[in-house]
Design a binder for this molecule. Structure first.
Ligand SMILES: Cc1cc2nc3c(=O)[nH]c(=O)nc-3n(C[C@H](O)[C@H](O)[C@H](O)COP(=O)(O)OP(=O)(O)OC[C@H]3O[C@@H](n4cnc5c(N)ncnc54)[C@H](O)[C@@H]3O)c2cc1C
Length: 392
């Protein structure tokens, strides 16, 4: 019987395992992929704050200090901040760096092992795991579901709830003609219905481009059009795909994200931000909160739902407020027609509004820009009065 079994070696799982192993708990990570971090399902854009939070840095391809926002009719607004707002990183490298820290702290890593399910037992849980050599059972006092958007642990623990799930598709391309240190964002129902598309320079002549949308829209079909139509095609003339990326992005915090002997972290708990789809930073926050609660519960050897329940309050205090505001902003965004989006983009170009965005724009805390933009131009509230009211 081990103390903790973590399912998934993404950022949130490895961070949880690192915390637990460092505190002296016997910890095993089960990861279905053979190589940690691959296949990559990410655009690799994080804030400098994420490295601060991690406590160390990894190589950066480019620092982003600007963004171009492309509206439905191909015109764009150019934002230029005076500081670095985001970093383009090697996402598989980030995942491996966190996993290696967990291993160095004493966690056992079982890559190439797939979690199949778990049952509650008297002392904790018994998980069934598929290895190359057949099925094995792992007994643990606690199981942490860090197994991403389609979390099986959440399902087995009865914590699945209906939530909005976006499907994303993108690629690394050669011959990319974006602007250095600038992220390109594309909005409009023809390009990226119900979300947005992105273009991110990664180096000379290279970039990452992609989009996400809500099923039944197929992101792959929209992405194919990017090479021939509209604003993205301007950055992709003659570009060649080197590597494809796809994945799911779930929105909506799971409440509860815990039950007897079970905690969920990261995407499994619904930590992705509804404004950007980014989930690395918020996933790390949930991992630390999960550890704090698990540590007390393991010490007391009381892993019942009631003892684990402070986890929900912790994630709610530390990131829940921003996720809720993000949810309101997303609802407001979804209520807009293409004509309204174009009108809004022209208002965002007014000097005082643009200035507010350049100063307060923050990938992790999009609500800060929403507050300052509505303060700079209150007439924007007319586009979604009920949803935007909390921001004035
Ligand atoms: C196309 C795309 C682009 C994105 N871009 C960004 C971005 O630029 N910045 C950002 O912050 N976020 C981005 N995200 C979101 C981000 O990738 C996630 O929020 C983040 O990875 C969540 O971390 P996690 O540790 O919770 O889960 P994950 O990173 O998804 O890790 C889950 C792990 O569990 C493993 N697993 C799943 N099921 C099992 C099983 N049954 N048995 C064993 N192992 C299992 C998986 O193999 C995986 O390694 C993007 C997402 C997509 C899809």
């Amino acid at each position: 019987m081990i103390d903790a079994l973590v399912i998934g070696a993404g950022p949130s799982g490895s961070r949880t395992a690192w915390n637990l192993a460092k505190a002296g708990y016997s910890t095993t990570i089960v990861e279905e992929d053979e190589i940690i971090g691959e296949p990559c399902q990410c655009a690799g854009l994080i804030t400098p704050r994420t490295f601060e939070y991690l406590g160390y840095e990894r190589p950066v391809f480019q620092e982003m200090n600007g963004a171009r926002l492309w509206g439905p009719n191909d015109s764009f607004l150019d934002f230029q901040a005076s500081e670095t707002k985001a970093l383009v990183i090697d996402r598989p490298d980030l995942d491996r760096s966190i996993a290696n820290r967990a291993i160095d702290a004493g966690a056992e890593m079982r890559a190439g092992h797939r979690y199949l399910g778990h049952k509650k037992s008297e002392e904790g849980i018994t998980a069934t795991v598929q290895s190359k050599n057949g099925k094995i059972e792992i007994k643990s006092r606690l199981i942490v579901g860090s197994d991403g958007p389609a979390s099986r642990v959440a399902r087995d623990a009865g914590l699945s709830t209906k939530r909005e799930v976006l499907a994303a598709f993108g690629a690394d391309v050669e011959g990319y003609q974006g602007r250095d240190n600038h992220v390109d964002l594309f909005v409009g129902s023809e390009l990226a219905p119900r979300f947005f598309g992105w273009g991110i320079p990664t180096g000379p002549n290279e970039g990452r481009i992609g989009m996400a949308t809500v099923l039944p829209n197929r992101p792959k079909n929209f992405f194919r059009d990017y090479f021939h139509k509209g604003a993205p095609s301007k950055l992709l003339g003659g570009a060649k795909i080197i590597n494809r990326v796809s994945g799911l992005i779930p929105f909506g915090t799971r409440n509860p994200s815990y039950t007897d002997n079970v905690l969920l972290t990261g995407d499994a708990a619904g930590m992705a931000k509804p404004t950007s789809g980014g989930g690395i930073y918020s996933g790390l926050i949930s991992a630390d909160a999960a550890f704090e609660v698990a540590n007390k519960a393991l010490e007391k050897n009381k892993l019942d739902s009631k003892t684990l329940s402070p986890y929900q309050d912790l994630i709610s205090q530390r990131i829940g407020g921003e996720l809720t505001k993000g949810h309101h902003l997303r609802k407001a965004f979804l209520s807009l027609s293409d004509d309204q989006l174009s009108e809004i983009i022209s208002i965002l170009g007014e000097p005082k509004v643009k200035d507010a965005i350049e100063k307060t724009g923050d990938l992790d805390y999009a609500s800060l820009a929403a507050f300052s933009v509505l303060k700079a131009q209150p007439k924007l509230i007319k586009f979604a009065p009920l949803l935007l009211k909390p921001f004035i």
